[in-house]
Write a protein that binds this ligand. Sequence first.
Ligand code: NAI
Length: 383
Amino acid sequence: MIKKNPKIKNNICLEIDPDGCAEHVENQVDFIKEQPNFENCPKKVLILGGSGGYGLASRIVAAFAGNADTLAVSFEREPTERRPGSPGYYSNRKFDELAAASGLKAITIEGDAFTDETKATVAKTMKEEFGKADMVIYSLAAPMRTDPKTGIIHKSTIKPIGQKYESETVILGKEDELKMVTIDEATEEDIVSTIKVMGGEDWKLWIEYLLKEDLIDDNAITVAYSYIGPVQTQAIYRTGALGKAKEHLEATAFELTELMKPINGKSYISVNKALVTRASSVIPAMPIYISALYDVMKEKGTHEDCIQQMYRMFAEKLYNKDNVVPVDDANRIHLDDWEMEPDVQAKVKEIMDSMTPENYKEVLDLEGYKRDLYEIHGFAPED
Ligand code: NAI
């Protein structure tokens, strides 16, 4: 990877190196190839949102630790003469190349997963080239969704409910400035729209459609990803508009298990760890919380990236040797277990409480945060 600190604006990385994005995929594949393979695992995995973050990591684990054929859908920007494509555009191509070199079937469809057209394209591809899925992973993180029935465009917002949100955040860049942000409370419309985009409606539409087309195999499972988090992020996340969407997603999992009963299928939610991805980097206050968390978990030796989280989900949760998926009383798998350990959270709180405008760069692992953000865009930090 090129050593470069790319330009960042409002915590969004503005530069991309295609070769570095490809290398990031290769590194994750190499890591998984070194792990023990699973015996008991799915063979045909459909991943919705498979080009980055948790979805790409799921795809890599299914393929390279489980020898599964994978079909992934994602929404990526193609390169033009003036600018490169989005990171996932290059990740998709590298994944396909590495899968082919290992003799694995990999089909990548780039399109808007929320539309009926993309669903029909996926169904046609499954019938002609792929076969029935025995696992469907739902890992979409999107800013907007057009409701296929009404044509209304819904936008997802990251806002608190019931009160304004005021908090410090770090604006990454040359100076990594500490700033106060104030976010107005979500309106009723914001909440409804966020649920429309990030809740379970589209997940259900996918499963209903695939069942109708007889494209989900007996005993298949489907899993979607959620987040709960600690008290420090509650107001902006779990008790905010996004949290309402996650509650909806989690409730949908129960409905999908009912829908899948005739094929003995099951639906799960996996509550994952807070990590730097393209989706999470735009959530205010997350840079501070994640940097404090990285600090503590790296020190304790329990830090994981998306790829390690997803390996643990397959190996220890969904396809473990006991054949029993460990879930909480709301039927959720917890990969946030190490994040939420009381000693970890106590130290994170201590760091966040002790943070001042003078010491924040020393007490937070901002370097680790930025390294992850750069890496997703194909760069390694300058020395
Ligand atoms: P990401 O931004 O890395 O990946 C999002 C994926 O969705 C990409 O493959 C993108 O192409 C795809 N996508 C977006 N809009 C699309 C559309 N219209 N059609 C097709 N594909 C589309 O995000 P990340 O963080 O991996 O998020 C995945 C899931 O994991 C989300 O549900 C998120 O809430 C959840 N999660 C994330 C955590 C984090 O800290 N990053 C923590 C816990 C859960």
